[in-house]
Design a binder for this molecule. Structure first.
Ligand SMILES: [Zn+2]
Length: 507
């Protein structure tokens, strides 16, 4: 049994002007995919481990991953697609291929608007007709007709923040092994629900996602006793920061063709339930505009003694593909110097994506005081280059799998001394949700009373130490208030852009 594997993973934010290119991706080729542990919890690892345990020979092709960012360069996507097709072609020369199982995100967009996963999977399908093909998807996948035509069975993440990527890979691989073992064909029921959900309203621990996902899990559990024989039930939320005609919530339920009716019913019921509960989606954490969020955080620290208090600069969340250099929240911090100076520890801001600033810090060295600007290199709509004199507290070279340089700086006000603020800055667009990033700079976030982070919902590493989490609905490319985004391509009517719309699922 020879199974082709590999994948592409990127969440492309079409509001962000950055073009995500080759330098932003980590690309693993051939046996590197299973050998290297950089993505040991990724769905790809779950796929490969499960296929190998199931006795299959895995043919690894290419696995390309980057942190969410602007759309992907057409040249780079073309190169990865050609490499994957070439690897598949070479494998075919060695003998027949029995199945395909890919690790995909589902919301990768290429310059010009192409939805990458559908395009890639259709090309593979042309080369490998008639064999079963399954895929693991991120919960924020955007389901397109091309993807549905190419792939037989899908498994989507059931957690946000995402902590079940590996397990989702396991499910996608199991589905493939099962269909090969039984020689039964796979069928996927698909129901699109005309809803967009701001990322921070979709945490899997909060209602209504918690019970909708529980329904999916129950359907999958019941397949063990063959009551419904649903192999995988997934809610794919789409990605609201891409302006795309397919943006919607999609329910996918995969089963063997003999259980088609059960899959269709489950998909329709889930779609109906999702629509019925659409108005219940809300921010789990308290949410204010940037000024109010900072005021609430300062009051919590200074008057109530709460610490650490976290403020998410949610409109400029690089892990949702925003540029990471919008400056609204930093400007608001600079408006209240008296409050900031009273904080018992420096305000920790993690951070900014600013390659020129980091390069200047690395060149000057730790302890140097230099003039830099922060912000506004990319997101010129919501950011500007703010000039600072800073002391370079620490620098780190080639951090993490994406090999970003890091700097920790302490800015000074134009007129005065170093202020009570520390800012982490990255030379690559790697985001600020990684639990090892601040420790690499010698920082333990728990030691700080007020931590501002360019994130939406807090990743588990921050949540577990946060005495209080406040979300700033700031301006940026991951603006949480979807009604204010000037979409041009999404299909209308679409909730919540058209709040009064009616909809019933097609039977
Ligand atoms: Zn996601």
């Amino acid at each position: 049994m020879r199974i082709l594997s590999g994948g592409i993973s990127h969440e492309s934010n079409s509001l962000n002007p950055i073009i995500t290119g080759e330098d932003d991706f980590v690309v693993l080729r051939g046996n590197e995919i299973s050998r290297r542990s950089v993505f040991s919890r990724h769905s790809s690892a779950g796929i490969i481990e499960t296929l190998q345990k199931g006795g299959a020979e895995v043919i690894p092709t290419v696995l390309a991953r980057a942190v969410p960012n602007g759309v992907v360069s057409a040249a780079f996507y073309g190169k990865i697609k050609a490499e994957m097709l070439q690897a598949a072609g070479e494998a075919l020369k060695q003998g027949p291929i029995d199945g395909v199982c890919l690790a995909l995100h589902g919301s990768m967009k290429v310059e010009g608007g192409l939805c990458a996963e559908g395009d890639l999977c259709l090309a593979l399908r042309d080369l490998l007709p008639g064999i079963p093909f399954t895929a693991a998807l991120d919960m924020h996948a955007t389901i397109t007709p091309a993807l549905l035509r190419a792939v037989d069975g899908f498994a989507g993440y059931k957690t946000a923040p995402h902590v079940d990527s590996f397990e989702t890979g396991v499910l996608a691989a199991r589905m493939l092994l099962e269909t090969l073992k039984t020689r039964k064909k796979l069928y996927t029921a698909s129901r699109s629900v005309p809803v967009m959900i701001a990322g921070e309203k979709s945490e899997s621990a909060a209602e209504p996602m918690a019970s909708l996902l529980e329904t999916c899990k129950a359907l999958e559990r019941d397949s063990g006793t063959d009551k419904t024989a649903i192999l995988a039930a997934s809610i794919l939320l789409g990605f609201p920061w891409a302006d795309c005609e397919y943006n919607a919530v999609t329910i996918l339920v995969s089963a063997f063709t003999e259980n088609r009716a059960a899959a269709d019913k489950a998909a329709r019921d889930l779609a109906e339930a999702f629509w019925r509960r659409r108005k219940e989606f809300s921010f789990r954490t308290e949410c204010y505009n940037s000024r109010e969020a900072l005021a609430a955080a300062c009051t919590a620290v200074l008057e109530k003694g709460e610490r650490p208090v976290f403020v998410s600069d949610s409109g400029d969340n690089p892990t949702a593909g925003a540029a990471g250099d919008a400056t609204e929240v930093l400007e608001e911090i600079l408006r209240i110097p008296d409050r900031i100076e009273k904080l018992p520890t420096p305000l920790l801001y993690s951070g900014f994506y600013d390659a020129p600033a980091v390069a200047a810090c690395v060149q000057a060295g730790e302890g140097a005081e230099i003039a830099i600007t922060l912000g506004g290199n990319w997101d010129k709509l919501n950011g500007k280059k703010l000039p600072f004199r800073v002391r370079v507290e620490k620098t780190v070279r080639d951090y993490g799998p994406y090999k970003s340089d890091l700097a920790l700086v302490r800015p000074a006000l134009p007129s005065a001394d170093l202020c009570n603020i520390l800012i982490s800055v990255t030379s690559k667009h790697i985001g600020f949700g990684d639990e090892n990033l601040l420790p690499a700079l010698g920082i333990n976030a728990a030691d700080y009373c007020l931590v501002v982070v360019k994130l939406g919902y807090l990743e588990p590493c921050f949540r577990k130490i946060a005495a209080r989490a406040i979300m700033a609905a700031s301006r940026g490319c991951s603006n949480e208030i979807l009604e204010t985004i000037p979409y041009e391509k999404v299909k209308r009517p679409l909730y919540p852009l058209d709040p009064g719309m009616e909809w019933t699922p097609v039977v």
